[in-house]
Design a protein around this ligand. Structure first.
Ligand SMILES: [Zn+2]
Length: 452
């Protein structure tokens, strides 16, 4: 009876016309919403704590094969002290990259963790050398350290995007042999830290080609690089979700190797221009060494800052990105390469010297968010194209500021389309990601930072 009376009083209060009361209701709803998300977050994190420790299990392996073959052989498991990833978003929702790793409970077969990635090995397979040569490349995946037995599997997509399992290994804590990380004693420097690693996008900058005497220059270069990154949209709008740390992984000699010029430098990570014969392609094949250094700090993404003023760079999805410190286009380069390595974006250009051939099969829809073959365009950016915009869209000034479907992208002049006339993924322009690239980057940022 008392409750009924109170309820009637509450209803009379709601229906009476007062903006203060509406404000009170809205505030109450907001509190309820916040409480709901806080509860959801703690429930999801409890899921993490049931299955994983707050540290990393790293699995190092080797890719082995030629242009159309691949075997993966296990090298070692390593325990690392930090887990920089999300505690709530554990399974991949993007389906990007040429591979994915999957971690399943051995008892229930429940999927506990998954993540897409690409590799330098897969890029090498598209080079002429791979037609008549067999090679091995170091590979590695990281995952939260399991509390119980798990099955770790690696899947590879073919060009028709059909995945097949190419490797599988059971990991039983306390039974499977694990090495402790033997980490080099390099200093870790906080460039900007805005929160705990599980709720931040943690970017780790590694030094390449800097001697101990170059320490001050490295710090200045890191600060400048971080400014380029968080100064550009859409990172700028979410800068409070981004933390950047640096590791002074000093080299014996200053600079970086340029084999096509006969220059060879004893640098800490083995980065070199002229990868796969492309003068500007700046990569290291020694991914295990990169992981050894990165283990010193929590991270989601690795950028290797190369002490050089020569144009170049590289970026592979969930692998690493490289940027030369002193080239005048370093601001553009860090965004472009990070677009590849962080959000799995495709190159939107086609008239350029690239090291590989027939990268995309135009009879299937590419999985990258910012290119299309029109095979399944409805999964891409159709919702951003106005009804009056023609598809395909003429590459004219009339359409320079609208989202459309412009032919020429992904290293092909015909058959592959991009969403905007120009974009940081197409031309040397800073802070000019197109609306489709911005949307893809923002979605990835939310995934890493547990955003709702
Ligand atoms: Zn774009």
């Amino acid at each position: 009876m008392r409750i009924t009376k109170r309820f009637c009083k509450f209803v009379r209060w709601i229906v009476s016309d007062s903006s203060t009361q509406i404000e009170c209701i809205m505030r109450g709803l907001r509190y309820l919403l916040v409480a709901f998300f806080a509860l959801s977050f703690s429930v999801l994190q409890a899921g993490y704590d049931t299955h994983f420790h707050h540290k990393t299990l790293r699995m190092d392996f080797f890719h082995h094969g030629s242009s159309n073959t691949e075997e993966i052989s296990l090298y070692r498991f390593i325990e690392e002290p930090y887990w920089g990833g999300s505690l709530v978003n554990l399974t991949d929702t993007f389906s990007l990259g040429q591979y994915y790793v999957e971690v399943r409970d051995t008892v229930s077969n429940r999927l506990l963790y998954s993540r897409g990635f690409s590799t330098l090995y897969a890029e090498w397979q598209d080079t002429p050398e791979a037609q008549d040569t067999t090679r091995s490349f170091p590979g590695s995946v990281v995952l939260p350290y399991p509390k119980h037995g798990v099955e770790i599997s690696i899947f590879r997509y073919n060009k028709q995007h059909i995945p097949s399992r190419i490797f599988s290994k059971r990991f039983i804590p306390g039974t499977t042999k694990v090495d402790s990380a033997v980490m080099p004693s390099y200093p870790v420097i906080d460039i900007v830290v805005n929160g705990t690693p599980s709720e931040q996008l943690d970017i780790l900058i590694l030094a390449e080609g800097y001697t101990q005497e170059d320490r001050e220059k490295f710090l200045r270069d890191c600060t400048r690089l971080a400014g380029y990154l968080v100064g550009a949209s859409p990172f700028r709008e979410h800068s409070d979700r981004i933390s950047i740390r640096a590791i002074m992984s000093y080299s014996e000699e200053s600079g970086v190797s340029r084999p096509d010029k006969g220059i060879f430098v004893n640098s800490s990570l083995g980065v070199s221009y002229n990868t796969f014969g492309s003068s500007r392609y700046l990569m290291t094949e020694d991914f295990h060494r990169v992981r050894d250094v990165a283990a010193l700090a929590p991270y989601d993404q690795i950028i290797i800052l190369v002490n050089s003023d020569v144009y170049g760079g590289g970026g592979i999805y969930n692998f690493y990105a490289t940027v030369p410190s002193d080239h005048s286009a370093a601001d553009f380069l860090v965004l472009h390469e990070f677009g590849h390595s962080f959000a799995g974006l495709a190159d939107e250009y086609y008239t350029s010297d690239v090291a590989y051939q027939n990268h995309y099969d135009i009879s299937v829809e590419p999985r990258e968010a910012n290119i299309t073959t029109l095979v399944a365009f409805e999964r891409k950016w159709g919702d951003l194209v106005l009804p009056q915009t023609p598809v395909p869209t003429p590459a004219s000034a009339l359409y320079s500021d609208v989202v459309g479907v412009f032919e020429g992208a992904g290293y092909a002049e015909k058959g592959i389309y991009r969403p905007y006339l120009n974009c940081t993924m197409r031309s040397v322009i800073y802070d000019a990601f197109c609306p489709v690239c911005k949307r893809a980057i923002t979605a990835m940022l939310m995934f890493y930072t547990g955003g709702f």
